[in-house]
Design a protein around this ligand. Structure first.
Ligand SMILES: [Zn+2]
Length: 269
């Protein structure tokens, strides 16, 4: 079994436009057209059983439309053999954060996605602290983008390992997931500041770049129970990323934990 813990999909009618915009903004290639049906095709190709879709809200007013789409996805795929589980989106500038987090919980979502760079807010800001407090209270997984985002080069990184350390001090939440192996392009800082803390890392996007040695160093220091296989598709090719993990020659027990066991227990499925 394989669970991809970090993917992105868009409603069919805006997928093309959104992918083109993001490709240009980030200067990165896309490996899919961004629709749910293409994600399913890519999952079949790579033998992935479950994908977690993570909506990044860039403005507070997207709350209803993004979460409506996410609920539709959860409903459409809940009994399928290839399943997409969408998390909810939330923005730190949303009004009535408490009511919105309650709504997310009551709508059956397992978790939320945060993106400090796209949301113009540092991860240790009081607004995210409140969101994390609610996530903890409602037992919701919280995934945040972490490290350098190629769409915001030259701007201060809004989620660095030291900022995360500060956030964790303010609100320790054992279901916090840091994308991109702790922090994209900041893996030495991850090793110094984050390895060993009670937080998950996902492997999204970084597998093509991180190198076996650095991957294994983080794995050894952070522990095999807190790493989640993830691709960041469409920004990575799922099958290629599966093969990269397999090429590391990990023992089967460790590989299974990374590919699905850790994700299963975190998702509660
Ligand atoms: Zn992503």
């Amino acid at each position: 079994m394989i669970i991809d813990f970090h993917t992105h999909i868009f409603p069919d009618k805006i997928a093309d436009k959104t992918i083109s915009y993001l490709m240009e903004k980030g200067g990165i290639p896309s490996f899919s057209n961004g629709t749910a049906s293409m994600l399913i095709n890519k999952m079949i190709e790579a033998d992935v059983d479950i994908s977690v879709a993570l909506p990044a809200m860039t403005t507070p007013k997207q709350f209803d439309s993004i979460n409506h789409f996410a609920m539709e996805i959860n409903e459409r795929y809940k009994n399928e053999s290839k399943r997409i589980i969408s998390f909810a989106g939330i923005h730190p500038d949303c009004e009535d954060i408490g009511g919105k987090m309650r709504f997310i919980k009551d709508s059956g979502f397992i978790g939320i996605k945060l993106h400090p760079d796209y949301q113009g807010t540092f991860i240790n800001d009081e607004k995210y602290v409140r969101i994390l407090e609610y996530a903890k209270e409602y037992d919701l997984v919280a995934v945040t983008h972490s490290g350098v985002d190629c769409g915001f080069l030259g701007e201060p990184v809004k989620c660095t390992p030291s900022l995360v350390k500060d956030l964790i001090k303010k609100v320790p939440h054992s279901k916090l997931v840091l994308a991109h192996m702790g922090a994209n392009e900041m893996h030495n800082e991850v090793i110094d500041a984050l390895c060993g803390l009670d937080v998950y890392f996902d492997t999204a996007y970084v597998l093509r770049f991180i190198g076996e040695e650095k991957f294994k160093e983080i794995l050894k220091r952070h522990g095999e129970d807190k790493i989640l296989f993830a691709t960041d598709t469409p920004w990575s090719d799922i099958k290629n990323d599966v093969n990269i993990i397999k090429s590391f020659g990990l023992d089967k027990k460790t590989e299974n934990k990374i590919f699905y066991e850790n994700a299963k227990s975190l998702l509660g499925i």
